[in-house]
Design a protein around this ligand. Structure first.
Ligand code: FAD
Ligand code: UDP
Length: 390
């Protein structure tokens, strides 16, 4: 297999002539890798999977750092799902390490549980309320919001303005560069409010980390003779040279179409990875910093996720930014409207499927991307069946 080079100014793939590959898949994250595996193993398709990064796994990529700690290059990725089919599918490629994620927030010079729960309220206010007492406490502070539309409405409507300001306003302004009142309710609605002692970040039925890491899981998924992988390769640079029948694109949808309706806003992050000369740095894997007096949103300590023993410990600080690699679609009405214009174009583009967090502009977790990719595979398989039968 030759390496591809040569620049092409626009995304105009060659679909004429005999196809070398049945599918060209752009992006080796969850969306691209699940489809590569399914098409290769399930439908016997010949797949070329490319990524402009030098590794597979997309944003879930993990690797051992110089201290030997398994770290996540693009920030903490915790696997959780309520979908048994998604868990079953991934379980073909990895064993799991039981792990329930717990997060503390740095508020009023203390570390208290987030999601806000009974412990949080009692600790912050010096109380000893039971579950019913906490429910009553929060109800007395919650501001009724007739029409919950924004990320501010969700939280103020559940816990009142003071707790909103302590836990959500600053964090959200740093993370998104927007006030919560400017963001869709779906953003802060990801974080529940509890009145009991449950201090897990997620409530999902399946919460586990891949035993040997995400990258190993991806390697197992992509280990198939029908799959060719090319890394450090941008679609733009190879599209003219590769022969393929169908394209699956998992990069930013606006980039695919040359930003013709304008740029879709994506929020970026800068990650500062460091190893410190002490066994442990913080009591849990993630500590959130909602205060605007520090620029980072959270610090992750990976050994809590992996269970590794090591005399040193590795951390990642996250600094949100407007510029840089696209990590988060920004959920707000005007962005959704702009995305719909791209979606119409995407729907009208034959032989090209758009899938994943960037290509469908959805604030999806890993399991949702796997489910979306498996659903697309089912549609492709059905269509193939229809052709075969016809
Ligand atoms: P990606 O992983 O972004 O993969 C897309 C790939 O396409 C990239 O590798 C990119 O390099 C490549 N690409 C794009 N354009 C081109 C091009 N033109 N040519 C070649 N290659 C291209 N989810 C959870 O479930 N739990 C978590 O704890 C969690 N934490 C997260 C923390 C952070 C900081 C971030 C940013 C996300 C987190 N997520 C989490 C979400 C998770 O990362 C995504 O749901 C998932 O990785 C998306 O997979 P994807 O394949 O759609 O996209
Ligand atoms: N959030 C917050 N304070 C917190 C945790 C979350 O304000 O301590 C808000 C913030 O807007 C964040 C959103 O809730 O972006 C979703 O949080 P989540 O932890 O799901 O973010 P992700 O892991 O996707 O970055």
């Amino acid at each position: 297999m030759r390496d591809f080079d040569g620049a092409a100014p626009a995304y105009v793939g060659r679909t004429d002539g005999p196809a070398v590959f049945d599918y060209l898949i752009v992006g080796a994250g969850f969306a691209g890798s699940v489809l590569a595996e399914r098409l290769a193993a399930g439908l016997d398709k010949r797949v070329l999977l490319i990524d402009r990064r030098p590794h597979i796994g997309g944003n879930a990529y993990d690797h051992h750092d110089d201290a030997g700690v398994l770290i996540h290059r693009y920030g903490p990725h915790i696997f959780h799902t309520n979908s048994q089919p998604v868990a079953d599918y991934l379980s073909r490629f990895t064993q799991w390490r039981p792990y329930e994620h717990r997060v503390l927030a740095h508020v009023d010079r203390q570390l208290v549980p987030i999601p806000i729960n009974r412990t949080t309220v009692n600790r912050l206010y010096g109380l000893d309320l039971d579950e019913a007492g906490v429910a009553e406490f929060l109800k007395s502070r919650a501001e009724p919001v007739a029409d919950v539309r924004t990320s501010e409405d969700v939280v103020v409507g559940a816990v009142g303005r003071e707790l909103y300001e302590k836990f959500f306003r600053g964090y959200t302004r740093k993370q998104w560069g927007l006030d919560p009142s400017q963001l869709d309710k779906a953003v802060t609605a990801r974080v529940p409010t509890r009145t009991n002692d449950d201090d897990r970040y997620f409530g999902d039925s399946f919460q586990n980390m891949p035993l040997h890491g995400f990258t190993r899981m991806f390697e197992n998924m992509l280990d198939h003779p029908n799959i060719t992988i090319r890394l450090g390769v941008d679609f733009r640079d190879v599209v003219r040279d590769v022969r393929y029948r169908n394209l699956i694109f998992t990069g930013p949808v606006d980039e695919y179409f040359g930003h013709r309706f304008g740029k879709l806003p994506y929020r970026s992050l800068t990650f500062r990875h460091e190893t410190v000369d002490q066994e442990w740095f913080q009591p849990v894997a993630v500590v959130n910093y909602p205060g605007e007096e520090v620029p980072h949103t959270r610090i992750t300590e990976y050994k809590h996720l992996t269970g590794q023993t090591n005399p040193r410990t590795s951390l990642t600080y996250e600094y949100p930014s407007a510029e840089g690699d696209p990590y988060y679609p920004i959920p707000r009405a005007e962005n959704a409207a702009l995305y719909r214009k791209y979606q119409e174009l995407a729907d009208a583009t034959p032989n090209v499927h758009f899938v994943g967090r960037l290509a469908t502009y959805r604030y999806y977790n890993m399991d949702q991307v796997v489910a979306q990719a498996l659903a697309l595979y089912t549609r492709i398989a059905k269509a193939e069946g229809a052709v075969a039968e016809g």
